[in-house]
Ligand binder design. Structure first.
Ligand SMILES: Cc1cc2nc3c(=O)[nH]c(=O)nc-3n(C[C@H](O)[C@H](O)[C@H](O)COP(=O)(O)OP(=O)(O)OC[C@H]3O[C@@H](n4cnc5c(N)ncnc54)[C@H](O)[C@@H]3O)c2cc1C
Length: 390
């Protein structure tokens, strides 16, 4: 990633954004597009795989139970389309999502009702028909299914780069390999990094799994749970069996989801949504060998049972992190004492698809404007552990 440093802009900014993951990059892009003078700081050399926004694919769909997220989704789809045109690269692949659940499950009916109530495009399909259409599937008639037609895959890495490229094009300054060490509140916020010092009228803190480490010195103590996620890829023995597979989500037992071959030729991504392996993001990959791989065992059994022509042992396991809040709602708010310090964290494993709107909300907060979307569920006060310190 090329970084630029015009000398006249070197130390004083309208806004500094900490963390160039998808949320920080989207926020920086939105501010720069609105003619703000913005610095985006990233601790690692870009591109990197140490946070939560790397990899080639993320699922997106409209189906949120909560109205406030559902409302955000139309705008998200619109914005991904705008970004796609700005960079001239495909960012979204509309391939649909097959929703699957054993008839004893509790989620399927709710999700299908939601699709119907909200007039979202879907069609029912029997498991027999689905297995005929996508011959890699092996489900008996105990399973209910429908296809969510507007769902698909965001090309994650391209989306991230697109925000960063357009940010720089709109005049923003992106500095990677520069870690924020401390943030000093004030009318103008001062930021000390590993190599420099800057000031800005406001700051947006979007550090992903490092949020607790950065926010604690500012008196904000949020119980965030950082967990390690195994991202498993499975070799498809006969590629013709993939046959235009949509993404899928099976909510029979927790949530297992999968994506058609995209990252690596001839391999499907099939993962468990969630984990209870709590980690320190600075030691994400350090494992003493005593961490049970419950999810991989579950997935192995699942693939053996429900996939035809797919090896029942993952051939690649990569690592990523979820930063979870107690309610799975992200935190989007200003610091209780310093209105020019904005916080965006805790995206709880579903923040990628929301990133364009998150960028709008956080940039409006940074400019001390009222966000256009309902963020009453995302207020810091809903999550704080120790309110008395503030
Ligand atoms: C395996 C996996 C699958 C997922 N699937 C989906 C999906 O299908 N759909 C969906 O919507 N979402 C999905 N998500 C969730 C989504 O990817 C995350 O919610 C999102 O990427 C979080 O972005 P972020 O910007 O908050 O964090 P990050 O991407 O981690 O970015 C934070 C950045 O801040 C930097 N940083 C931290 N501290 C400092 C510092 N002191 N100084 C400078 N920089 C700093 C970090 O290095 C990092 O680059 C998935 C996540 C994972 C892990």
């Amino acid at each position: 990633m090329k970084t630029t440093t015009p000398t006249h802009l070197q130390h004083e900014f309208d806004c500094i954004v900490v963390g160039a993951g998808i949320e920080g990059s989207s926020t920086a892009y939105t501010l720069a597009k609105n003619n703000k003078n913005v610095l985006l700081l990233e601790q690692f050399c870009l591109p990197h795989t140490r946070g939560s926004s790397h990899g080639q694919s993320r699922v997106t769909r409209f189906a949120y139970f909560e109205d406030h997220y559902l409302k955000m989704m139309s705008e998200n789809f619109r914005c991904w389309d705008v970004l796609e045109k700005e960079v001239g690269k495909e960012l979204y692949v509309k391939c649909g999502m097959l929703q699957i659940e054993h008839r004893s499950g509790k989620q399927f009916g709710r999700i299908r009702d939601l699709m119907r109530q909200k007039k979202l495009d879907f069609y029912d399909i029997s498991s027999t028909e689905a297995c005929r259409k996508w011959p890699c599937l092996k489900f008996n008639t105990d399973f209910n299914m429908f296809v969510d037609e507007n769902a698909g895959v965001l090309r994650a890495d391209r989306c991230l780069r697109a925000f960063q490229e357009m940010f720089v094009k709109f005049g923003g300054i992106l500095k990677d390999n520069e870690q924020v060490i401390s943030i000093l509140p004030g009318k103008h916020v001062s930021v000390v990094t590993s190599t420099n010092k800057y000031t800005a009228k406001s700051i947006v803190i979007t550090p992903g799994a490092w949020a607790a480490k950065i926010l604690r010195p500012l008196g904000v103590d949020i119980p965030l749970k950082v967990v390690r996620i195994n991202v498993c890829y499975w070799r498809v023995k006969s590629r013709n069996k993939l046959n235009d597979m949509p993404t899928f989500a099976d909510t029979s037992n927790g949530c297992i989801y999968g994506l058609p071959s995209l990252e690596y030729p001839g391999m499907m991504k099939i993962c468990f949504h969630g984990s209870d392996v709590e980690i320190d993001p600075d030691y994400r990959d350090v494992d003493n060998g005593d961490t049970p791989q419950k999810d991989v065992e579950l997935l192995t059994k699942y693939v053996k049972e429900h996939f035809e022509g797919v090896e029942s042992k993952p051939c690649i396991i990569e690592t990523c992190m979820y930063t979870n809040t107690a309610t799975d709602d992200p935190i989007l708010d200003v610091h209780p004492q310093y209105p020019n310090i904005v916080i965006g964290c805790g995206f709880s494993g579903h923040g990628f698809k929301l990133a364009p709107v998150i960028g709008q909300i956080l940039s409006q907060l940074a400019l001390q404007q009222e966000p256009e979307f309902d963020i009453s569920h995302n207020k810091l006060s809903c999550f704080l552990r120790n309110k008395s310190r503030l």
